[in-house]
Design a protein around this ligand. Structure first.
Ligand code: ATP
Ligand code: MG
Length: 684
């Protein structure tokens, strides 16, 4: 590839980024505008034109999966050998390398979770927090370490930052102190300490700093809006006063503030580097105008000084679909059906993702996909080669490779070895067994793939080792189930955003306006992952027949402007068919209705109502009496909005009553007669 070919696939602004090969560069741009593309081409261009050696480049990004994507794109652009890593992976490599030289002895072991140490720390200070408190305390310690607060400074820092501490701040501080003491005594490293120590070793040992800076001269950081103070410290230490640094990010995709990250480094880059080239990209190449339109509408409602309006470049696609379900299981089934349909019409499973706010939500979809025979993968290819089953498999395969006969067929041999540690022909049920199986199956498929290219077992093992060192996980075929946080930077043809209720998005514990805005940005990140098909859904109740107390996310208020798909469409199983479709448009102004409340009323909240006030009063009195008799709260019978909807529509027959969302068979059987009697009296 000629240097110019690398630039050919870029628009003028992206080209500007790629051609600004030296000095500080900052790209501030919205989702899908080609930031990641621009930096990969910039690196390839710099390498091809001899501005920098591939080994001199360090590209840093957020997740191992994103780093893998970067490496893949760079390979395709003819720039292999460029290091693309997460901050952690890059730091860990340097720390492990220099540890024996400057500190001596074995490097410490790395802990994947703070909880075991934290539990011991609790014992030390005789505290016994419950599991969720423990997790919250661990997050606080993480935040304190990331923002560089010592235990003694935690209380003041937490107050200043308005942190809602899970237990009294003094207690967090004591636990933090005890946790750190135990961690040092036991010779362990957590993720934050890896970064901190790498920076410290460089600062204290000039020869280490010199060697690292001699190697890395050219820095590129993707997703810079979510860099935290500790990562910034490490980046500055790497740079050591030099300014060959290019950062790209989107302030409206800041979704890690709660962990201590801040978009200030991105938005303040030009102040920090007055000679920086600041380039903006506005064309969205990822998504259809329909998806981009929704993303823009979400952003228009955000409290943000960076109102970047995306301009869609792709041809039209389907409208985003909003679907309300009765309960979570119905939502899971509905999503699985829609996924099947997409797959049947040619969308590969690997081009479909189901994204949710918290990991616990994945279970419903695992179940539904299992029943529907849809293969899925639980998380991305994160840390594939660190999974215990993969390590075990690699050890066994390596052993077998040493004694392998040349005529052994690769695929059957690998299958045989993996079967010994749990690879079955069919995937087992959900959870960890399923994850384990997915890993082993991915290894088996990789072996089959290489076998067709004539590889033998030693070659396969060598390939695994190469992939492990580059964190290049084999593709796992299946629908991705991932959290919104894990999805950033990625894209799929079809995206299902599920559980979009108030309480889940925004999550219930987001209280301050800043926290609510971060939740809104999460929705923005989710929506902008879709290339073409985008479906948002929510369930009114947790379980079948449960209280339908949920409402769609407030972020969707007034946003849809698109038909609300009925989950009870044709071919639906009986449980769904019994209910009626939600009214689609306002009976006053005919605008599409999106919120549960507006659908119930059958009109926009702002449109004039033809309300029978007398009837509403009588309905309320009736409800009070009925609730008292049944010893249940009145809203369990009918919410105020449902009563208002009844008083506006004055239903005459059962069918009219059923047509009001929120009134199903059960309610009709129980209260229909009484309500209809009141309505008939009112009409008379
Ligand atoms: P995010 O903010 O989500 O990380 P991004 O700005 O990094 O998005 P990319 O992932 O680089 O965007 O690009 C989005 C999609 O658009 C990719 O599939 C990319 O290949 C494509 N794309 C970007 N620029 C162009 C272009 N000039 N021509 C064609 N396709 C492009
Ligand atoms: Mg990107």
């Amino acid at each position: 590839m000629e240097p110019d070919d690398v630039l050919a696939g870029l628009d003028p602004e992206q080209r500007q980024v790629a051609e600004a090969v030296r000095g500080p560069v900052c790209v501030l741009a919205g989702a899908g505008t080609g930031k990641t593309r621009a930096i990969t081409h910039r690196i390839a261009h710099a390498v091809r034109t001899g501005v920098v050696d591939p080994q001199g480049v360090l590209a840093v990004t957020f997740t191992t999966r994103a780093a893998g994507e970067l490496r893949q794109r760079l390979r395709m652009l003819g720039a292999p050998g460029v290091q693309a890593r997460t901050f952690h992976a890059a730091a860990l490599r340097q720390l492990t390398y220099f540890w024996p030289k400057v500190i001596g002895g074995d490097p410490p072991s790395i802990i994947q979770s703070k909880l075991p140490l934290l539990i011991d720390a609790c014992r030390l200070i005789r505290k016994n927090p419950d599991k969720s408190e423990l997790r919250d305390i661990a997050s606080e310690i993480e935040w304190a370490k990331v923002t560089q607060l010592a235990p003694d400074d935690y209380a003041a820092g937490a107050a200043k930052a308005g942190r809602a501490s899970p237990v009294p701040v003094e207690e967090v501080a004591r636990l933090y102190e005890a946790y750190e003491r135990l961690r040092r005594e036991r010779h362990l490293l957590d993720f934050e300490t890896i970064l901190e120590l790498t920076a410290a070793v460089m600062t204290e040992h000039r020869e280490v700093a010199a060697q690292i800076r001699q190697q890395y001269r050219y820095f590129v950081v993707d997703e810079y809006q979510d860099v935290n103070p500790l990562q910034k410290l490490l980046l500055d230490t790497w740079l050591g006063g030099r300014d060959d640094v290019c950062v790209v990010g989107d302030p409206n995709q800041t979704i890690y503030s709660f962990t201590g990250a801040t978009p200030r480094y991105l938005t303040g880059f030009a102040v920090e580097h007055p000679d920086a080239a600041v380039i903006k990209l506005v064309r969205d190449y990822r998504s259809t105008p329909q998806v981009v339109g929704l993303a823009n509408r979400i952003l228009a409602k955000a409290r943000t000084p960076h109102r970047l309006e995306l301009i869609a470049q792709r041809p039209d696609g389907p409208d985003p679909v909003f679907t309300e379900f009765d309960d979570e299981a119905a939502e899971g089934e509905g999503v699985a059906r829609a996924v099947r349909k997409l797959m049947d019409t040619g969308t590969p499973a690997s081009e479909i993702a189901v994204l949710f706010r918290v990991n616990a939500q994945s279970e419903v979809y695992e179940q539904a996909f299992k029943s529907a025979g849809v293969s899925y993968l639980l998380r991305g290819a994160e840390r594939f080669f660190e999974r215990p089953e993969v390590r075990q498999a690699v050890v066994l395969l390596r052993g077998a490779a040493r004694s392998a006969a040349a005529e052994d067929d690769l695929a059957p041999t690998v299958h045989h070895i993996l079967a010994g540690i749990g690879l079955t022909p069919e995937p087992p049920g959900g959870g960890t067994a399923r994850e384990r199986w997915e890993s082993l199956n991915a290894l088996a498929e990789l072996a089959e793939d290489l076998a067709t290219k004539g590889a033998d077992l030693p070659a396969f093992v060598a390939e695994l080792e190469r992939r492990a060192s580059e964190q290049h996980a084999p593709p796992i075929e299946g629908v991705t189930l991932a959290s919104l946080h894990a999805a950033k930077g990625l894209e799929w043809d079809a995206v299902f955003l599920v559980g979009v209720t108030d309480g889940m998005l925004p999550i219930i514990y987001a209280e301050t306006p800043d926290q609510i805005e971060e939740e809104r940005r999460l929705l923005y990140v989710g929506v902008t992952r879709a290339r073409a098909h985008l479906r948002l859904s929510w369930a009114l109740a947790r379980s079948a027949g449960g209280r339908r107390s949920r409402r769609p996310s407030r972020f969707l208020d007034g946003l849809a402007g698109r038909p609300v798909a009925s989950p009870r469409a044709a071919a639906a199983p009986p449980r769904e068919r019994r209910q009626v479709a939600a009214p689609l448009s306002c009976r006053v102004c005919a605008k599409t209705l999106i919120t549960g409340a507006e659908q119930k009323l059958g009109r926009c909240a702002g449109c004039p109502a033809d309300l029978d006030e007398g009837l509403l009063e009588r309905l309320k009195s009736w409800r009070a009496v009925a609730a008292k008799e049944a010893k249940i709260p009145p809203y369990v019978i009918f919410t105020d909005v449902t009563l208002q909807a009844i008083a506006e529509r004055v239903p005459a027959v059962e069918g009219d009553l059923l047509a009001i969302p929120g009134i199903g068979r059960v309610k009709l059987d129980r209260y229909g007669e009484a309500v209809l009697a009141l309505c008939r009296a009112a009409s008379a």
